[in-house]
Design a protein around this ligand. Sequence first.
Ligand code: SAH
Length: 340
Amino acid sequence: MKNIKDYNLDDLKEEMKNIAEKPYRAEQIFKWLYVENVTSFEQMTNLSLELRKKLQENFKIEPFKIIKKQESSDGTKKYLFDVLDSNAIETVLMEYKHGKSICVSTQIGCKMGCKFCASTGINFIRNLSSGEIVEQILAVERDENIKISNVVFMGIGEPLDNYDNVLNAIKIINNPKGINIGARHISISTSGIVPKIYKLADENLQCTLSVSLHATDNEKRSAMMPINKTYNIEELIKACKYYIKKTNKRISFEYALAKDNNDNLEDAKNLVKLLKGMICHVNLIPINKIENGNYVKSTNENIIKFRDYLNEKGIVATIRRELGTDIDAACGQLRRKNLK
Ligand code: SAH
């Protein structure tokens, strides 16, 4: 049976036709699911009993179960959700001055194999469906009784390796009749799947693209991120330039600083050369410790020096606040779990 949250509004209208219902029913259902955030068809009280029964026979809703919820001393909350097939994924809720931001997972596990990230290295299981991506937002909103204002695709998984489901989820998140979060409040982060960056550029979306760069020469980047052996830095930067030209939006480059690896002045100089002339922003992430990881966080002094050098040379760089490290909810610390 299909998960009703897997459909964007247009597709749900088509589905209504398939079960001999009027397309406007889709809008009513959308309101129940994404505005009222109900968890069963019985609660959709402006639909006839007959229609509710028909929906029940044709679709499932499947609200996630919370297996565990942890709260960091900085207020960040991490959820472990049962996705109902004996797998579990993590989702993080962060509070900022400008609103509540959710970091969603897109896959159960990850194929990318980045050496510094805990989300990978454990076998890849499967993609999350659009409905499962969207349900992370709904489940957190229900649990906390809040409205989420920003979504970042930075949890477990590589969003561009689950391209169609991620794009479809964005349609639901973005729809004024759906979750209604504007594209400008949505960020997608990629390890650098070049052909998909071109594809995304052509979609005409207003989402922010973040690119996990982390190194400025191919040898170093390949050692950290195996994807670099398939799409190297030159190809990646070319794709980013295309993205900027096509969308007129600045790219955010993520650069996780690891001691004695990619954090010296030489690296900063190379970064300036690489990004010269691009509309971009550099997000410096003090690398977070993971189990069995070889990388150690740079010293604060080096991180600040690195940032200041970039800023001096005209590249806007900020240091990402470390949120949720005490509950393993920070960048690169999320993991899938098997419930069997
Ligand atoms: N797969 C996507 C989405 C993950 S986003 C991507 O690679 O972009 C999470 C961000 O945190 C990425 O920039 C990732 O490279 C970074 N990251 C992973 N492990 C980290 C760690 N241990 N410390 C700091 N940042 C890390």
